[in-house]
Design a protein. Structure first.
Length: 304
């Protein structure tokens, strides 16, 4: 099957490579042309220098896969594609878009007879070797017609991918997936900090992670990644404690509130990420000042 991949960043580039190695023909467009040329040399990508050129390389019904950042760039690219594609063509949107945006965009494309499949994609930098988890929303029959592509990207033809519901549901499921990920990561981080704080035991955190990888009820891929990080830098001396978030955790918390579903673990894990970015907490200063005001408790002076 031949398709176009728009956006050859770390994830999109590795997805293109996996498809090429499975025997698919892939036309690739990236703003940085050198990236496409590198994949061409290594795996046989067909590089083009514009979105229009990518579309012109395909035969109807065309399949165009977007792996672009959520937000304005994805919206603009979909608008451009709507003017280039024809009735019956298919766009697979694999970025972490907000599901509300996806539902609106799907309706707009449908007015022109263009199908949108929203693909929640998980796998990170390991997807090239291990395969990607794919959560697919849209018309069920359209998804079924793209089975060869999904089977090639997934960990196995019958594992790790599937249609989950109508337009927007693929990105919705991926959003909640990432919210769960926040909570799991926070739990691991807190547990290892408790271990690290017991200085008199002189615990080897890397060794403990390796023990837990086999037979333990907390064994997981995230634990495997923690083990790798601790092996490379046992005290994480070269890692800042600033933790970024890409948006899906926030959207999960908003949705939990909208649906009146209590989600304290996911919510607190998101707030911890925000707290990690504060060199100095004004709230903490005010708390200290209040304790001094009502109880005469000592105040520590700021460090120089």
């Amino acid at each position: 099957m031949k398709l176009a991949m728009l956006g050859l960043g770390r994830m999109g580039g590795n997805m293109a490579r996996r498809l090429l190695r499975a025997g698919h023909a892939v036309v690739g467009y990236n703003r940085t042309q050198a990236v496409a040329e590198e994949i061409q040399k290594e795996d046989g990508l067909i590089p083009v220098d514009s979105i229009q050129a990518a579309v012109e390389q395909l035969v109807s019904p065309r399949v165009v896969w977007l792996m672009l950042p959520a937000g304005e760039v994805t919206g603009q690219t979909l608008q451009e594609l709507q003017g280039l594609l024809s009735k019956g063509d298919i766009i697979v949107e694999g970025g972490n878009s907000n599901f509300n945006d996806t539902m609106r965009r799907a309706a707009s494309l449908a007015s022109a007879g263009i199908h949108l499949v929203d693909a929640g994609v998980s796998g990170g930098v390991w997807g090239l070797a291990e395969g990607y988890s794919l959560m697919l929303g849209g018309d069920k029959q359209v998804v079924a017609g793209l089975r060869p592509i999904f089977e090639s990207l997934a960990p196995a033809p019958d594992k790790g991918w599937g249609w989950v519901g109508p337009h927007g549901s693929g990105h919705y499921v991926k959003m909640v997936h990432n919210g769960i990920e926040y909570g799991m990561m926070q739990s691991l981080a807190e547990g290892f900090e408790i271990l690290q704080s017991r200085q008199d035991f002189d615990l080897d955190l890397h060794k403990i992670a390796r023990i837990w990888q086999h037979g333990s009820v907390v064994r997981s891929w995230l634990l495997d990644l923690a083990e790798r990080a601790l092996e490379a830098d046992p005290q994480l001396k070269d890692v800042s404690d600033w933790v970024e978030d890409s948006g899906e955790g926030r959207w999960t918390v908003f949705e939990a509130i909208n649906q009146e579903v209590p989600a304290p673990v996911i919510t607190l894990s998101l707030l911890q990420r925000l707290a990690s970015r504060q060199e100095h907490s004004f709230a903490g200063k005010l708390l200290a000042a209040l304790r001094n005001q009502f109880g005469g408790h000592a105040i520590k002076k700021p460090r120089p």
